[in-house]
Design a protein around this ligand. Structure first.
Ligand code: NAD
Ligand code: GLY
Length: 359
């Protein structure tokens, strides 16, 4: 059975559907082409995903761009190479880019789709947990440059998102947990986006941590749906991050900084976000925005998923310099999303004196 979640962004205006199922992956190709009509297409796929699923996906080699794995591949050179392939196979304005992979593939392929001929159709097929719960939905597409993470990009909504849960079976544990990081992020911000759930995601995750770690697909489907619905609640109100959407960056200011300072090679995005969450909880407690009880409760939740607080050995001055270049910064003030109480967050300026000992 296929679950369908509809996204309706009135300001854009744009509407699209997110399909979630666990049908055989071999049916995906026909499903995408039955639902959509394109003059031509380019599939951008990560190397690892291609190796594992090439038979089931059955994509003509002429229509393929295989991207090497890793965050550092989300760069301007690969952006240009993908554009070149679009030109070589004569994609026109009625053509599509189809991203099959994790957030790296989705972000770079989406930016090509947003900019080639001023924008052509874009289809997301997320294959990591992180991409299912976060990056494939909401229309942020980007590449990294030496000046920062996701510093060149666009808001460009996909035409459709196809989530097939079977992909999650082949994710290694590190990548799986990276996806859990973004799920935990939602637990901290859930009430701030006035979620429609009668139970709190924070407690829900805490109670079901072992089921989630065991990758129970039925349960994962539920979690993915919850996260997507939370994200949609936010982006339908604020597609371009002029206000509310900033809460989705909880844990990301410090997280992006760690990714940048290690040249995108040491941490997965999710790992960096987890350190960002630990940092901002410590900061909020030190700044007396939250009390010690909530800090303890938060650490308990993170520990249940095997995440530990740890201090890194980077120069605080270097970290602060990178943070000042964050897209949320204004007039050199570092803006952060801090927890206030369970499920609630707010934006504030980072107090450097309070933050310094924690960096
Ligand atoms: P990723 O795209 O680097 O994928 C992780 C690894 O898993 C890669 O090696 C990939 O080949 C492999 N992989 C993918 N699917 C697989 C599968 N089914 N089986 C086995 N291996 C598989 O990492 P990610 O965590 O998916 O995405 C991180 C990126 O997403 C970052 O660049 C981050 O900035 C971005 N992001 C974007 C948004 C957004 O809104 N656009 C939101 C969150 C994160
Ligand atoms: N992942 C943050 C956002 O989509 O806004």
């Amino acid at each position: 059975m296929t679950e369908i979640i509809d996204v309706n962004i009135e300001q854009a205006p744009t509407k699209y559907s997110i399909y979630i199922d666990s049908n055989p992956i071999s049916e995906l190709h026909d499903k995408i082409f039955a639902d959509n009509c394109f003059s031509n297409f380019l599939v951008v796929i990560s190397k690892k995903v291609y190796k594992i699923y090439q038979k089931e996906l059955n994509i003509n080699k002429d229509n393929l761009f295989i991207l090497n794995d890793g965050e550092s591949e989300k760069n301007i050179e690969n952006y240009q190479k993908i554009l070149k392939r679009c030109e070589e196979i004569n994609l026109d304005r009625k053509s599509a880019i189809i991203a099959i992979g994790g957030g790296v593939v989705g972000d770079i392929a989406g930016f090509v789709a947003a900019s080639y001929m001023r924008g052509i159709a874009f289809i997301q097929v997320p294959t990591t947990l992180l991409a299912c719960v976060d990056s494939s939905v909401g229309g942020k597409v980007a590449i990294n440059t030496k000046y920062g993470k996701n510093i060149v990009g666009a808001f460009y909504q996909p035409k459709a998102v196809y989530i097939n849960l079977n992909f999650l079976n082949t994710l290694d544990n590190r990548q799986y947990k990276s996806g859990i990081a973004e799920i935990i992020k939602y637990a901290f911000i859930e009430k701030s986006c006035k979620a429609m759930f009668d139970y709190g995601l924070f407690d829900f995750l805490s109670v079901h941590s072992s089921t989630i770690l065991d990758r129970n697909l039925k349960f994962l489907e539920k979690i993915i749906r919850i996260c997507i619905e939370l994200k949609i609640t936010v982006i339908q109100k604020d597609e371009k991050e002029s206000g509310l959407r900033k809460i989705l960056n909880f844990g990301h200011t410090y997280g992006h900084t760690l990714e940048n300072i290690t040249k995108y090679k040491k941490f997965t995005h999710g790992e960096a976000v987890i350190f960002g969450i630990f940092f901002i909880i410590n900061y909020a407690c030190k700044a007396k925005i939250i009390d010690a009880n909530y800090k303890e409760l938060s650490f308990e939740l993170l520990n249940k998923f095997g995440f530990e607080n740890c201090k890194h050995k980077f120069s605080p001055q270097d970290l602060l310099q990178i943070m000042r270049k964050d897209k949320k910064s204004e007039n050199a003030n570092i803006k952060v999303i801090v927890p206030t109480f369970k499920g609630h967050v707010k934006e504030c300026d980072l107090n450097i004196q309070t933050a310094l000992p924690l960096l």
